[in-house]
Design a protein around this ligand. Sequence first.
Ligand code: SF4
Ligand code: SF4
Length: 229
Amino acid sequence: MGALPESFVEIDGVLVDRRIFTTPFICDVVIQQCRSACCHRGCVVTGGDIERLTPHMDGIVRYLPEAKREFLRRAGGSFVGDPERQGTDMLPQETMAMIRFFKSPEDMRCTWVVDDECVFLYPSTQSAPGNGHRVTVNHCAVHSYALERGMDWQSFKPADCVQFPLCFYQKDGRTVLALQEEPGQAIVPCLNNPIGPPMYRSLEGTIIYLLGERFNEKVQAYGREHFPE
Ligand code: SF4
Ligand code: SF4
C-alpha cells in the first residue's frame, strides 16, 4: 500500500513525515484564493459520516444552489456517490488515509461529485483581511451548517475532510503520520504556496484530532527543539 515517507522522524513511537516541520502551510480560502480546490473530488464517506449527517440533510442542503439540491433529490436524497455512476478508483495515498474505517478499499465510497466538485460545495463571499472587500469563495455546506449552529465542526464533518492535508495509517505494525499530496496536489493552491507557519503549528488542531493532545504536545516540543524559527 505505498511507501513510507522518504524522510520521517520517530516521535513517541509514531513515524512522522519530516516535512510537517519544514513546509509552510495555511488553510484560508481568501488568502489562498483556492475556491476550496481540495474538495474537487469530494471526500471518502464512512458509515459513521452517513449516520451523523443524514438526520441534518434538510438543513445542510439549504446552503446549496438549486441545481445541487435538484441533483440530490434525483439521487434519492443520498449524498453518497453511486459507484455505478461515479468511479471509486482510489489513489494509494487516499486509501491509506481512510482504510482504518473500512474492511477493504472496495468498500470505500465518496460524496457525489457535481461539475468537478463535491456536492456540498456552494458559492459564497467572504471579507478579505485588511481591506474588507468581499471575495468570491466556495464554502462547504456541512461546515457552514455546523458553524451556524455552534456545533463542533471537527466532530461533525466527514473525517476525510477534517484530517486533510494530514493523515495517519498503520504500516508494518507502525503508526505513520503523513502528509497527503493526492489527490491533485498540482491544483490545490495551499500545497504549492509556501506561506504561513510550518504545518506542525498551523495544523495543530488536526494533529490533536488524529492522534490526541498528548501526542501533539510531543510534536510541538520536537518542532521547537529541532526546527527553531
Ligand atoms: S486545504 Fe487548501 S484548498 Fe482546501 S480549503 Fe484550505 S486552503 Fe483551500
Ligand atoms: S464535505 Fe465539505 S469539506 Fe468535505 S469534500 Fe465536500 S465540500 Fe469539501
